[in-house]
Design a protein around this ligand. Sequence first.
Ligand SMILES: O=P(O)(O)OC[C@H]1O[C@](O)(COP(=O)(O)O)[C@@H](O)[C@@H]1O
Length: 400
Amino acid sequence: MQSSSAFLKHSLNFPPRLHLFPPNTCLGQRKSKMASLPPSFLGGLNLRVSAKMSGDASSDCNNNSGFSTLKEYVGKTGLNVSDDLLILFDHLEYAFKRIAALVASPFNSTLGKNVSVAVGSDSERDKPKPLDIVSNEIILSCLRSSGKVAVMASEEDDLPVWITDDGPFAVVTDPLDGSRNIGASIPTGTIFGIYKRLVEIDHLPVDEKAMLNSLQSGTRLVAAGYVLYSSATILCTSFGTGTHAFTLDRSTGDFILTHPNIKIPPRGQIYSVNDARYFDWPEGLRQYIDTVRQGKGKYPKKYSARYICSLVADFHRTLLYGGVAMNPRDHLRLVYEANPLSFLAEQAGGKGSDGKSKILSIQPVKLHQRLPLFLGSPEDIDELESYGDVQQKVNPGYEV
Ligand SMILES: O=P(O)(O)OC[C@H]1O[C@](O)(COP(=O)(O)O)[C@@H](O)[C@@H]1O
């Protein structure tokens, strides 16, 4: 096996990529035009130019060693991430960049529309769209070419796809959540979780081991993440030691660390829910929302509502600003959505709950199992759970 340092050294020696700024441009010298920008912004630009210009006239530029790609960050901080996992991430990053380009493409206007594909008993609004299918194919092909994945289970496929017998990992994914928003250019996201392949069941028939590898408990996740496709494309991930976010630098194609060690505020002032469903909610949930929006909860401030109706976007905001993001009906999936996002929430000091139990302690029994999901600040989740009756049982299948 290639050593971690050998792999990092090799990958850092790739030829420099094409930058927005010509190689001999030192942005720091153009302060007259940029004087009004915050120094951190200038510092960031300087670094991305100077870091790739070693040995040339860039030495006058400020260097700010705080900026790194995911691999550089792993190398610098000594995070315990195997070479196999780093290679898998390289391929995943490539998939995310392709999906980011796809969702921003001027040619995708019809790709967000429903197609008639019979998948279980999904309602019209839940049917996959061409964008979901293409994103799924992009991820599958990148996992295949990584050589590191035994099985992929996707929200878009009825059954897991067995890829290669000796791949060390099992990957679960929702390739493109929120795709029905794409017509209005509202943010979308990819969610993924990575488990080790269960070598102890290698002897089982392929169908069986594919299913069991995909139904692992969230407590066994070795890494998870999401990618937010919005004004910025952000890869937020955890290897089990903190939650870190990297922003795509479109000039170089690198994901640059922008949010190391995210800590969710212990308490927020925002709730995020589709409250058109208020009359379908149980009494406990109505009381909770009524209480916090009047500023009569344990935190004596009036809460505000924010709801994008795109899970990754609502979760990302919650992770950064605190509060609680929820979907109280059986709608979101344990394997592809709830487990990976709860892992990230916990790694950031937050919580993931189904309203009664910790999400990560729920053993999946079905691949496409749905459940109520509450994610957010620990004090907000505790307060919400104290209302007892917060899971919405009435679930008529909404049209929009
Ligand atoms: O209609 P609701 O209950 O508000 O559900 C909205 C949620 O559904 C989603 O669109 C996911 O639904 P799909 O898995 O069917 O795409 C999330 O992005 C969003 O958080």
